[in-house]
Design a protein around this ligand. Structure first.
Ligand code: NAP
Length: 493
């Protein structure tokens, strides 16, 4: 297997070319495989099993056996296992970051952040698992005690995207295990290696066999694997991070066995800059929100709404900042924007840009693919965006920042909320009354006020509207994996 020289792993065995099912490293039952490539140069990183229905069913059997034992462990025992896993992740954090960069393409500094962010969930839920308190409800009838217990939901199917291949899975595995659940998981076709490494280190840390099953599958075979899990009534929950269209499909199919569902879906985040904003701070926040991971994050600013009094000044400052970004592969010195994940992503960015320009938008910076070829795309700023453009209504998921002009606060809120998505919104303002009014009026699950990057394991992450429902992280994140059981104990005298 070929890796770029400067991104060699200290532990090459962390690149696992097997699925993990019931603690065994295995190929697909029918021997099929697919290749994982580096999006920066197309080099083949690994050849992994292309799992199918037989493997998916075996994984549920394994999870079922593991769950029967794991659910009987104490919260403290589970916490100790998770803490050991966290320690393993820290011990291997540089290799894990390199692996994320290799298969996903993001700059190494961003991969390091992703590994620390994802590992943070393991640490957090190791502790939170010990606080899955039930309740005692004051009695209404003499001699009858009313108790609320929290119990693990059972086997969880976790389906994750390629844009944060490490963190999106850690964010699901950690609370599931802390709650006492077992997991069957299918990472995205483009990025199965980080998921496999995460599970391999869990195994080394003493996570019992069968609790984490990782089944790589190609795009063509994914519906077959997930289809088995959707039909199996032993799988009691689906947790999904990905596009809204797939999320809706999973929810429909999960209805067959009435599974619990958590959906972290697409966004169309507004980023509002009011006249009274600190413009330099707003530019800094936008650079983090828009250009991190080359714009391929669900919380990327998608529509930048700028009040007319500061529109030109903001556009100019932003264009200058964008021109300082250095495009390159993760191992290149100083590179802070990597390639897009694949050709489809480039095609979408190009289409949104062409559509905007054809409808009158002006390019202030960038404006096309990058001259170095492949899937590299120039960080781009366009002014004069309008609501009839594709970039106003769909997630671009690329490094293009379209600037829309607005008049006043009411106008900004109307524009910001004019989307079926409701994941996150950002705004920059200094007037305290406005800060409170706007934070309340925005229709979404999360708001960044004078901040462009707000994700943390200690606060619940999640959306509203067609961005989905459910929380990941925070103390609320644990409840997603717990059922409530009400016990009325009578005849107590
Ligand atoms: P996607 O196409 O929905 O894929 C996500 C996952 O679902 C992948 O593992 C994919 O497998 C799988 N999948 C695709 N079709 C499926 C089907 N018919 N049945 C079962 N599973 C299926 O999304 P993506 O393009 O990878 O990721 C980008 C999207 O994720 C964006 O919309 C982004 O906003 C969203 N996202 C949301 C959050 C959040 O927390 N809200 C975080 C990150 C990303 P294959 O790779 O094999 O197709």
């Amino acid at each position: 297997m070929k890796t770029a020289a400067t991104l060699e792993l200290q532990r090459p065995d962390l690149i696992l070319e097997r699925a993990i099912v019931g603690g065994e490293r295995t190929g697909a039952a029918d021997g099929r495989t697919f290749e994982v490539t580096n999006p920066a140069d197309g080099a083949v990183l690994a050849t992994v099993p292309d799992c199918g229905a037989v493997d998916a069913a075996r994984a549920v059997d394994a999870a079922d056996r593991a769950f029967a034992l794991w659910r009987t462990t104490t919260a403290k025992e589970r916490a100790n296992v998770l803490k050991a896993w966290f320690a393993k992740l820290l011990e291997n954090k540089e290799d894990l970051a390199r692996l994320v960069s290799l298969e996903q393409g993001k700059p190494l500094a961003e991969s390091r952040n992703e590994v620390m962010y994802g590992s943070g969930f393991v640490e957090w839920f190791a502790e939170e698992g010990k606080r899955a308190y039930g309740e005692i409800i004051p009695e209404t009838v003499r001699g009858r005690k009313l108790l609320l217990l929290k119990e693990p939901v059972g086997i969880v199917a976790a389906i994750t995207p390629w844009n944060f291949p490490f963190a999106m899975l850690a964010r699901k595995l950690a609370p599931a295990l802390a709650a006492g659940c077992a997991v069957v998981s299918k990472p995205a076709e483009d990025t199965p290696l980080s998921a496999l490494a995460l599970a391999l280190l869990a195994e080394e840390a003493g996570v019992p066999a069968g609790l984490i099953n990782i089944l790589p599958a190609s795009r063509a075979r994914t519906p077959e694997v997930v289809g088995v899990w959707l039909k199996d009534d032993r799988v009691r929950k689906i947790t999904f991070t990905g596009s809204t269209v797939v999320g809706k499909h999973l929810m429909r199919e999960a209805a067959g066995t009435l599974k619990r569902v958590s959906l972290e879906l697409g966004g169309n985040a507004p980023f509002i800059v009011f006249d009274d904003a600190d413009l330099d701070r707003a530019v800094e926040g936008l650079m983090a929100s828009k250009f991190r991971n080359a714009g391929q994050t669900c919380v990327s600013a998608n529509r930048i709404l700028v009040q007319e009094g500061v529109f030109d000044a903001f556009g100019q400052k932003l264009a200058e900042a964008v021109k300082t970004l250095k495009i390159g592969a993760a191992w290149e010195e100083g590179a802070n924007q990597g390639p897009l994940i694949n050709d489809r992503a480039v095609a979408k960015a190009e289409q949104h840009l062409a559509d905007a320009v054809s409808k009158g938008a002006r390019v202030l910076a960038g404006g096309s693919r990058h001259s170095r070829g492949g899937t590299f795309f120039q960080p781009t700023v366009v002014a004069g965006a309008t609501v009839d453009m594709q970039c106003a209504n769909e997630e671009t998921f690329g490094p293009i920042a379209p600037l829309f002009r607005f008049k006043d606060e009411e106008d900004a809120i109307r524009l910001a909320n004019a989307t079926q998505f409701g994941l996150i919104a950002y705004f920059y303002a200094r007037d305290l009354g406005r800060v409170w009014r706007v934070a309340q009026a925005l229709e979404c699950g999360m708001v960044g006020v004078n901040e462009g990057l707000i994700s943390t394991e200690v606060a619940p992450f999640g959306g509203t509207k067609e961005s989905g429902f459910g929380s990941e992280g925070g103390r609320q994140g644990l409840d997603e994996y717990l059922n409530l059981k009400y016990v009325a104990m009578g005849g107590l005298g």
